[in-house]
Design a protein around this ligand. Structure first.
Ligand code: M6R
Length: 627
């Protein structure tokens, strides 16, 4: 290629590519049953992974059919009607761009020059430029700005040189640097889907006369609950009746039986609620109960590692970070253990120099795939730190990099905003704190017993609170939906509740919010208060109550409207508040699990009031797999 061409490729492509970081892929092959409908439903289930464009490829009678476009899955389907696509084999994709505009040409599947094969991908092919230059020199024609398209042309090139689809696929995979979950189909071998995995999740769903592949089991759970997790460095050949897994490195066959997922179809559906987010908020009594059923041996194992560590970091992002913040109070107050909650993206800069073999990192990540978390863990792992995990996703990367991990057992969370997974993280962390307290023996037995009793009451309390506060919170949402700004304040462990309340309201209603430890008011934030500024206070009847009353008075004196979430019986608080949500008394260290509920509902109802989609807040994706 002449230099001019090289510059054209590199400049144009650098601006627009490396954009496949957060997507959902799926595939299905059956013994004669049409797959288009199945794939369409699977895409809907994967929509939380990305929803700026969607596409599907099927094979029928020696011909490849491809439909794709920009837009949410339903919008694309309305225009293109996926259901019409013929064939009993197909792959599909839902995309969320991180760089470059979503567009029809950039949507997946991507095809080769001859239109004989199609590929869907989640991840980033880091060396795509080098491959693209090589393929352009071989006269391949590229139509998109994506890194993924090189895989289609690489496969085509390998097939031209002889050999079957699998060997062409393995040889292509060997050339790729970066991360990928890939699925490919080829008209000349219409009896198989080939998949590969490196650092991006992919599961094989094992059905009866039909097989599936997907980024997430939610995609095929209505067809089968038997799943095989593909590991890094593996490819699989999937036919309508079988799956064979091979290691890319040496071609050896890997035997792996399916695991049975106890996620029901109902768990992945809305169950009559208008939105997933509301369904998931109301699911919390159940998810909390199931998170109370941890396997003792693993709790002990994590306790052992945490107790041995010299420096303990609680590492996470977003909502999971708020769970870590709350946990740092639990560990300190109940187990007398100092831990450092840290936002994953700041970890290396802040603490990188002091990580060593005596460091223990407890990473908390609902998805287990958050890139900021995984990259911080990789840094720490290379310095011999012990990595522990808490996650909601079996087979996620976090489960693979952790020395030991606990599962939240909350079932799939489709709403982009974390709700049920936050409270399940908290209850898992509370159990760890209790076990650590027992091991370290620094608090009285009666305190531990009391904590334990109160812990097991939580699911019922949550159930009652949800019923009681739903209507009053709806009223608050109506009243405050037109506001331009909110403040959220708490003290002690309720600081974490205030932070999480702010994040929920902000991400679902788009109303700018700030949150801080109420004691900080006088150090600056109080200057924002003017007549009518709505200030939400988290004020359980605990050791922080007296101090926060003072903070409320400070705000009130400057004209703030006070909205308090506090104890049902606290008449003094009710008196000084403009609006009040009454809550039952709970153990101080468990209060975030209960006190966050009105804020989750508020966020949801504010979004509804404002005509927004609470399940899919703009600019956000469920699983943030890019740095
Ligand atoms: O899957 P993770 O728990 O690692 O995700 C962390 C954050 O991306 C996530 O909590 C995010 O902040 C959500 N938007 C919260 O609702």
């Amino acid at each position: 290629m002449v230099l001019k061409d090289w510059i054209r490729v590199s400049l144009s492509d650098h601006k627009n590519t490396i954009d496949e970081g957060m997507c959902g892929i799926s595939g299905c092959i059956t013994e004669g049953r049409a797959v288009a409908g199945i794939l369409y439903r699977s895409l809907k289930r994967l929509e939380y992974r990305g929803y700026d464009s969607a596409g599907m490829a099927t094979i029928s009678n020696g011909k490849l059919y491809v439909k794709k476009d920009q837009g949410k899955i339903d919008e694309v389907n309305e225009r293109l009607n996926f259901n019409e696509m013929p064939g009993s084999i197909g792959i599909a994709h839902t995309r969320w761009a991180t760089h470059g505009a979503p567009s029809k040409v950039n949507a997946h599947p991507h095809v080769d020059c001859s239109g004989m094969l199609a590929v869907v991908h989640n991840g980033v092919i880091e060396n795509f430029m080098e491959l693209k230059r090589e393929l352009l020199d071989l006269n391949h024609r590229f139509v998109s700005k994506t890194d993924t398209e090189v895989v289609a042309h690489l496969l085509e090139e390998n097939l031209k040189r002889g050999g079957d689809f699998l060997s062409a696929f393995i040889n292509a995979i060997k050339r790729l640097d970066g991360s990928y979950a890939l699925a490919a189909v080829y008209v000349k071998e219409p009896d198989k889907i080939l998949v590969a995995r490196q650092d991006m999740p992919i599961l094989i769903g094992v059905g009866d006369g039909s097989m599936f592949v997907a980024s997430d089991a939610a995609a095929f759970i209505e067809e089968t609950n038997r799943a095989v997790v593909l590991q890094n460095g593996e490819v699989a050949v999937i036919t309508a009746k079988s799956y064979d897994i091979y290691r890319v490195k040496d071609g050896t066959k890997v035997a792996r039986s399916p695991i049975v997922l106890d996620w029901t179809v109902e768990m992945a559906e809305k169950q009559g609620f208008p939105h997933y987010t509301l369904k998931e908020i109301f699911e919390q009594p159940l998810t909390l109960k199931s998170a109370l059923r941890l396997q003792d041996a693993y709790v002990d194992l994590l306790t052992e590692f945490l107790d041995r560590g010299e420096r303990i970091f609680l590492l996470a992002a977003g909502t999971s970070y708020h769970a870590c913040l709350a946990a740092s109070y639990m560990f300190s107050k109940l187990a007398r253990l100092t831990t450092f909650p840290v936002v994953a993206s700041e970890f290396v800069d802040n603490y990188g120099h002091s990580i060593d073999i005596d460091t223990v990192i407890l990473a908390v990540s609902q998805s287990g795939e958050t890139a900021d978390v995984l990259s911080a863990l990789e840094f720490a792992r290379l310095r011999a730190a012990t990595i522990l995990g808490i996650t909601n996703v079996v087979g996620s990367t976090l489960t693979r990099v952790s020395r030991a991990y606990l599962l939240q057992n909350a079932g799939p969370e489709i709403g982009v905003a974390a709700t049920k997974t936050f409270t399940s993280q908290l209850i898992v962390l509370a159990q760890l704190a209790l076990r650590l307290a027992k091991k370290r023996g620094k608090v009285a037995q009666y305190e531990m017993d009391e904590f334990r009793d109160r812990l097991y009451e939580i699911p019922d309390i949550v159930s009652r609170v949800l019923d009681e506060v739903k209507v009053p919170v709806q009223g608050l949402a109506k009243k405050y939906a037109g506001e331009k700004f909110f403040m959220f304040l708490g003290r002690g462990i309720s600081t974490a509740t205030a932070f999480e309340g702010r994040l929920k309201v902000m991400e679902l209603s788009y109303i700018p919010c700030i949150a801080y430890a109420a004691g900080e008011s006088k150090h600056g934030p109080i200057s924002l208060v003017e007549e009518g500024t709505p200030a939400f206070f988290v004020c359980p009847n605990d050791s922080t109550r007296k101090a926060i009353l003072g903070n409320i008075e400070e705000m009130k004196a400057r004209g703030a409207r006070i909205i308090t979430v506090g104890s049902k019986d606290d008449e003094e608080l009710m008196e000084i508040s403009d609006d009040y949500i009454g809550m039952p008394d709970v153990h101080e260290l468990l209060s975030p699990i209960v006190y966050v509920l009105p804020f989750q509902l508020l966020a949801y109802y504010l979004a509804v009031e404002k005509g927004l989609d609470p399940d899919k807040p703009r600019n956000l994706a469920k699983s943030v797999t890019v740095l």
